[in-house]
Ligand binder design. Structure first.
Ligand code: ATP
Ligand code: MG
Length: 257
Protein backbone atom coordinates (compact mmCIF):
# COMPACT_ATOMS: atom_id res chain seq x y z
CA UNK A 1 0.00 0.00 0.00
CA UNK A 2 1.28 3.43 -0.85
CA UNK A 3 1.24 6.01 1.91
CA UNK A 4 -1.15 8.76 1.07
CA UNK A 5 -2.74 11.31 3.32
CA UNK A 6 -5.38 12.33 0.79
CA UNK A 7 -7.39 9.20 1.30
CA UNK A 8 -10.65 10.69 0.06
CA UNK A 9 -9.10 12.43 -2.92
CA UNK A 10 -9.80 11.20 -6.38
CA UNK A 11 -7.28 8.78 -7.89
CA UNK A 12 -8.71 8.78 -11.38
CA UNK A 13 -11.41 10.94 -12.87
CA UNK A 14 -13.28 11.35 -16.11
CA UNK A 15 -14.75 14.77 -16.73
CA UNK A 16 -17.34 15.47 -19.43
CA UNK A 17 -15.98 12.56 -21.40
CA UNK A 18 -17.14 12.15 -24.98
CA UNK A 19 -16.12 9.59 -27.56
CA UNK A 20 -17.37 9.41 -31.10
CA UNK A 21 -16.48 7.08 -33.95
CA UNK A 22 -17.26 9.04 -37.08
CA UNK A 23 -20.83 10.25 -36.61
CA UNK A 24 -21.58 7.64 -33.93
CA UNK A 25 -21.54 9.32 -30.51
CA UNK A 26 -20.75 6.42 -28.19
CA UNK A 27 -20.06 8.36 -24.98
CA UNK A 28 -22.07 11.52 -24.56
CA UNK A 29 -20.56 13.32 -21.61
CA UNK A 30 -19.65 11.04 -18.70
CA UNK A 31 -18.28 12.03 -15.31
CA UNK A 32 -16.76 9.65 -12.81
CA UNK A 33 -14.40 10.10 -9.92
CA UNK A 34 -12.86 7.10 -8.20
CA UNK A 35 -11.45 7.67 -4.74
CA UNK A 36 -8.78 5.47 -3.25
CA UNK A 37 -10.10 2.07 -2.27
CA UNK A 38 -13.41 2.58 -4.01
CA UNK A 39 -14.96 -0.16 -6.14
CA UNK A 40 -17.35 0.94 -8.87
CA UNK A 41 -19.32 -1.53 -10.95
CA UNK A 42 -20.40 -0.55 -14.46
CA UNK A 43 -23.45 -2.32 -15.77
CA UNK A 44 -25.52 -1.74 -18.88
CA UNK A 45 -26.74 -3.20 -22.15
CA UNK A 46 -24.44 -4.39 -24.89
CA UNK A 47 -23.25 -1.43 -26.95
CA UNK A 48 -23.96 1.12 -24.22
CA UNK A 49 -20.28 2.13 -24.12
CA UNK A 50 -18.93 0.33 -21.02
CA UNK A 51 -15.76 -0.96 -22.69
CA UNK A 52 -15.20 2.29 -24.52
CA UNK A 53 -15.50 4.13 -21.24
CA UNK A 54 -12.97 2.10 -19.31
CA UNK A 55 -10.62 2.03 -22.29
CA UNK A 56 -10.78 5.83 -22.28
CA UNK A 57 -9.90 5.80 -18.57
CA UNK A 58 -6.42 4.51 -19.37
CA UNK A 59 -6.27 6.16 -22.79
CA UNK A 60 -6.41 2.97 -24.81
CA UNK A 61 -9.04 5.05 -26.59
CA UNK A 62 -8.39 8.74 -26.88
CA UNK A 63 -11.50 10.70 -25.85
CA UNK A 64 -13.00 12.97 -28.48
CA UNK A 65 -13.71 15.56 -25.78
CA UNK A 66 -13.32 15.85 -22.04
CA UNK A 67 -10.53 15.13 -19.63
CA UNK A 68 -9.00 12.26 -17.74
CA UNK A 69 -7.29 13.21 -14.51
CA UNK A 70 -4.93 10.93 -12.61
CA UNK A 71 -3.78 11.84 -9.09
CA UNK A 72 -5.59 15.14 -9.72
CA UNK A 73 -3.51 16.04 -12.74
CA UNK A 74 -4.74 16.23 -16.29
CA UNK A 75 -3.59 13.44 -18.55
CA UNK A 76 -2.22 14.91 -21.76
CA UNK A 77 -2.21 13.36 -25.21
CA UNK A 78 1.51 12.62 -25.20
CA UNK A 79 3.21 9.51 -23.98
CA UNK A 80 5.61 11.31 -21.64
CA UNK A 81 4.88 13.57 -18.68
CA UNK A 82 5.09 17.18 -19.63
CA UNK A 83 5.15 19.91 -16.98
CA UNK A 84 1.63 20.08 -15.59
CA UNK A 85 0.35 17.11 -17.57
CA UNK A 86 0.68 13.41 -16.89
CA UNK A 87 1.76 11.37 -19.91
CA UNK A 88 -0.19 8.41 -21.23
CA UNK A 89 2.79 6.18 -20.40
CA UNK A 90 2.67 7.12 -16.72
CA UNK A 91 -1.09 6.70 -16.60
CA UNK A 92 -0.93 3.19 -18.08
CA UNK A 93 1.89 2.18 -15.78
CA UNK A 94 -0.29 2.91 -12.75
CA UNK A 95 -3.65 1.83 -14.11
CA UNK A 96 -3.87 -1.91 -14.71
CA UNK A 97 -6.37 -3.49 -17.03
CA UNK A 98 -7.73 -6.99 -17.43
CA UNK A 99 -9.89 -7.91 -20.40
CA UNK A 100 -12.49 -10.53 -21.20
CA UNK A 101 -9.94 -12.49 -23.22
CA UNK A 102 -6.85 -13.16 -21.24
CA UNK A 103 -4.22 -11.81 -23.65
CA UNK A 104 -1.45 -13.81 -22.02
CA UNK A 105 1.72 -14.31 -24.04
CA UNK A 106 1.30 -17.92 -25.25
CA UNK A 107 5.02 -18.59 -25.70
CA UNK A 108 5.89 -17.48 -22.15
CA UNK A 109 5.36 -19.42 -18.95
CA UNK A 110 2.97 -18.23 -16.28
CA UNK A 111 5.91 -16.83 -14.29
CA UNK A 112 7.36 -15.06 -17.35
CA UNK A 113 3.97 -13.55 -18.12
CA UNK A 114 3.80 -12.05 -14.65
CA UNK A 115 7.41 -10.82 -14.51
CA UNK A 116 7.58 -9.32 -18.02
CA UNK A 117 6.05 -5.92 -17.17
CA UNK A 118 8.09 -5.25 -14.02
CA UNK A 119 11.35 -6.31 -15.71
CA UNK A 120 10.84 -4.49 -19.02
CA UNK A 121 8.83 -1.44 -17.97
CA UNK A 122 9.86 -0.89 -14.34
CA UNK A 123 13.44 -2.21 -14.66
CA UNK A 124 12.90 -4.41 -11.63
CA UNK A 125 15.61 -7.04 -11.21
CA UNK A 126 14.66 -10.51 -12.42
CA UNK A 127 15.09 -11.92 -8.94
CA UNK A 128 12.85 -9.38 -7.27
CA UNK A 129 10.27 -9.61 -10.05
CA UNK A 130 10.18 -13.39 -9.69
CA UNK A 131 9.85 -13.24 -5.93
CA UNK A 132 6.95 -10.84 -6.18
CA UNK A 133 5.37 -12.85 -9.01
CA UNK A 134 5.48 -16.05 -6.92
CA UNK A 135 3.78 -14.17 -4.11
CA UNK A 136 1.06 -12.94 -6.42
CA UNK A 137 0.60 -16.37 -7.98
CA UNK A 138 0.17 -17.78 -4.49
CA UNK A 139 -2.45 -15.12 -3.79
CA UNK A 140 -4.46 -16.18 -6.84
CA UNK A 141 -3.95 -19.86 -5.97
CA UNK A 142 -1.60 -20.70 -8.84
CA UNK A 143 1.90 -20.95 -7.38
CA UNK A 144 2.23 -24.55 -8.53
CA UNK A 145 1.49 -23.52 -12.14
CA UNK A 146 4.34 -21.04 -12.44
CA UNK A 147 6.22 -23.11 -15.02
CA UNK A 148 3.16 -23.96 -17.13
CA UNK A 149 2.31 -22.36 -20.46
CA UNK A 150 -1.05 -20.60 -20.81
CA UNK A 151 -2.54 -23.17 -23.20
CA UNK A 152 -2.21 -25.79 -20.47
CA UNK A 153 -4.41 -23.78 -18.11
CA UNK A 154 -8.17 -23.58 -17.74
CA UNK A 155 -9.91 -20.32 -18.60
CA UNK A 156 -10.33 -19.45 -14.95
CA UNK A 157 -6.67 -20.13 -14.27
CA UNK A 158 -5.63 -17.98 -17.25
CA UNK A 159 -7.78 -15.16 -16.04
CA UNK A 160 -6.25 -15.40 -12.55
CA UNK A 161 -2.79 -15.22 -14.15
CA UNK A 162 -3.94 -12.14 -16.08
CA UNK A 163 -4.99 -10.55 -12.80
CA UNK A 164 -1.65 -11.45 -11.18
CA UNK A 165 0.13 -9.96 -14.19
CA UNK A 166 -1.77 -6.69 -13.81
CA UNK A 167 -1.05 -6.65 -10.06
CA UNK A 168 2.67 -7.22 -10.66
CA UNK A 169 2.85 -3.63 -11.89
CA UNK A 170 1.56 -2.49 -8.48
CA UNK A 171 -1.26 -0.50 -10.05
CA UNK A 172 -3.12 2.20 -8.18
CA UNK A 173 -6.27 1.44 -10.10
CA UNK A 174 -7.43 -1.76 -11.73
CA UNK A 175 -9.91 -1.73 -14.62
CA UNK A 176 -11.68 -5.02 -15.27
CA UNK A 177 -13.76 -5.50 -18.40
CA UNK A 178 -16.06 -8.53 -18.19
CA UNK A 179 -13.26 -10.73 -16.97
CA UNK A 180 -15.60 -13.66 -16.31
CA UNK A 181 -17.89 -13.53 -19.32
CA UNK A 182 -15.80 -15.83 -21.53
CA UNK A 183 -15.54 -18.45 -18.79
CA UNK A 184 -17.49 -21.63 -18.28
CA UNK A 185 -19.95 -21.06 -15.45
CA UNK A 186 -18.12 -23.37 -13.04
CA UNK A 187 -14.94 -21.27 -13.40
CA UNK A 188 -16.53 -17.89 -12.73
CA UNK A 189 -16.51 -18.22 -8.95
CA UNK A 190 -12.75 -18.68 -8.56
CA UNK A 191 -12.07 -15.48 -10.50
CA UNK A 192 -14.72 -13.47 -8.66
CA UNK A 193 -13.23 -14.67 -5.36
CA UNK A 194 -9.87 -13.17 -6.33
CA UNK A 195 -11.50 -9.85 -7.24
CA UNK A 196 -13.54 -9.83 -4.05
CA UNK A 197 -10.35 -10.23 -2.03
CA UNK A 198 -8.68 -7.38 -3.88
CA UNK A 199 -11.67 -5.20 -3.04
CA UNK A 200 -11.39 -6.14 0.62
CA UNK A 201 -7.71 -5.28 0.55
CA UNK A 202 -8.52 -1.79 -0.68
CA UNK A 203 -7.70 -1.93 -4.38
CA UNK A 204 -9.36 0.87 -6.32
CA UNK A 205 -11.33 -0.72 -9.14
CA UNK A 206 -13.78 -0.08 -11.94
CA UNK A 207 -15.44 -3.34 -12.89
CA UNK A 208 -17.59 -3.93 -15.96
CA UNK A 209 -19.69 -6.98 -15.22
CA UNK A 210 -22.92 -8.74 -15.99
CA UNK A 211 -22.75 -10.60 -12.68
CA UNK A 212 -25.39 -8.64 -10.82
CA UNK A 213 -25.09 -10.49 -7.52
CA UNK A 214 -21.34 -10.00 -7.56
CA UNK A 215 -21.64 -6.30 -8.44
CA UNK A 216 -24.16 -5.82 -5.65
CA UNK A 217 -21.87 -7.57 -3.23
CA UNK A 218 -18.51 -6.01 -4.06
CA UNK A 219 -19.21 -2.49 -5.36
CA UNK A 220 -19.43 0.66 -3.27
CA UNK A 221 -21.20 2.29 -6.17
CA UNK A 222 -22.99 1.01 -9.24
CA UNK A 223 -23.33 2.94 -12.50
CA UNK A 224 -25.87 2.03 -15.15
CA UNK A 225 -24.64 3.05 -18.58
CA UNK A 226 -27.33 3.36 -21.18
CA UNK A 227 -26.99 4.83 -24.66
CA UNK A 228 -23.72 6.56 -23.85
CA UNK A 229 -24.71 8.26 -20.61
CA UNK A 230 -24.69 7.32 -16.95
CA UNK A 231 -28.43 6.84 -16.62
CA UNK A 232 -28.34 5.82 -12.93
CA UNK A 233 -25.71 5.87 -10.23
CA UNK A 234 -25.93 4.93 -6.60
CA UNK A 235 -25.52 2.18 -4.07
CA UNK A 236 -26.01 -1.39 -5.18
CA UNK A 237 -29.12 -1.37 -3.06
CA UNK A 238 -30.64 1.48 -5.07
CA UNK A 239 -29.41 0.57 -8.53
CA UNK A 240 -29.52 -3.24 -8.60
CA UNK A 241 -31.89 -4.27 -5.84
CA UNK A 242 -34.49 -1.47 -6.11
CA UNK A 243 -34.16 0.02 -9.57
CA UNK A 244 -36.58 2.84 -10.41
CA UNK A 245 -35.72 3.67 -14.03
CA UNK A 246 -37.81 1.32 -16.26
CA UNK A 247 -34.92 0.54 -18.63
CA UNK A 248 -32.77 -0.34 -15.65
CA UNK A 249 -35.56 -2.48 -14.18
CA UNK A 250 -35.79 -4.42 -17.43
CA UNK A 251 -32.01 -4.78 -17.64
CA UNK A 252 -31.58 -5.99 -14.08
CA UNK A 253 -34.51 -8.41 -14.37
CA UNK A 254 -32.88 -10.00 -17.42
CA UNK A 255 -29.60 -10.61 -15.64
CA UNK A 256 -30.97 -11.67 -12.29
CA UNK A 257 -32.24 -14.75 -14.14
N1 ATP B 1 -13.20 1.08 -32.61
C1 ATP B 1 -14.51 1.32 -32.84
N2 ATP B 1 -14.92 1.83 -34.03
C2 ATP B 1 -16.22 2.09 -34.25
N3 ATP B 1 -17.21 1.86 -33.36
C3 ATP B 1 -16.86 1.32 -32.19
C4 ATP B 1 -15.49 1.03 -31.87
N4 ATP B 1 -15.46 0.52 -30.60
C5 ATP B 1 -16.73 0.49 -30.18
N5 ATP B 1 -17.58 0.98 -31.12
C6 ATP B 1 -19.04 1.12 -30.99
O1 ATP B 1 -19.30 1.78 -29.78
C7 ATP B 1 -20.46 1.27 -29.15
C8 ATP B 1 -20.13 0.92 -27.72
O2 ATP B 1 -19.25 -0.20 -27.71
P1 ATP B 1 -18.67 -0.80 -26.37
O3 ATP B 1 -17.78 -1.91 -26.77
O4 ATP B 1 -18.10 0.28 -25.55
O5 ATP B 1 -19.99 -1.35 -25.69
P2 ATP B 1 -20.16 -2.25 -24.38
O6 ATP B 1 -21.12 -1.53 -23.49
O7 ATP B 1 -18.83 -2.59 -23.84
O8 ATP B 1 -20.89 -3.55 -24.96
P3 ATP B 1 -20.73 -5.12 -24.55
O9 ATP B 1 -21.58 -5.31 -23.30
O10 ATP B 1 -21.30 -5.84 -25.72
O11 ATP B 1 -19.28 -5.39 -24.32
C9 ATP B 1 -20.94 0.11 -30.00
O12 ATP B 1 -22.00 0.54 -30.81
C10 ATP B 1 -19.73 -0.23 -30.84
O13 ATP B 1 -20.11 -0.74 -32.08
MG1 MG C 1 -17.77 -4.39 -23.62
Amino acid sequence: MTMNNHTDASVIEAIALRKSYGTHDVLKGLDLSLTRGEVVALIGPSGSGKSTFIRCLNMLEIPTEGTIRFRQKKVGDRFRDNGEEIGIGTLRRHVGMVFQHFNLFPHKTVLQNVTEGPIIVCKTSKREAEERAMDLLAQVGLAEKHAAYPNHLSGGQKQRVAIARALAMQPEVLLLDEVTSALDPELVGEVLAVIRRLAEEGMTMAIVTHEMAFAADVANRVLFLDQGVIAEAGSANDVILNPQNPRLQAFVARFRG
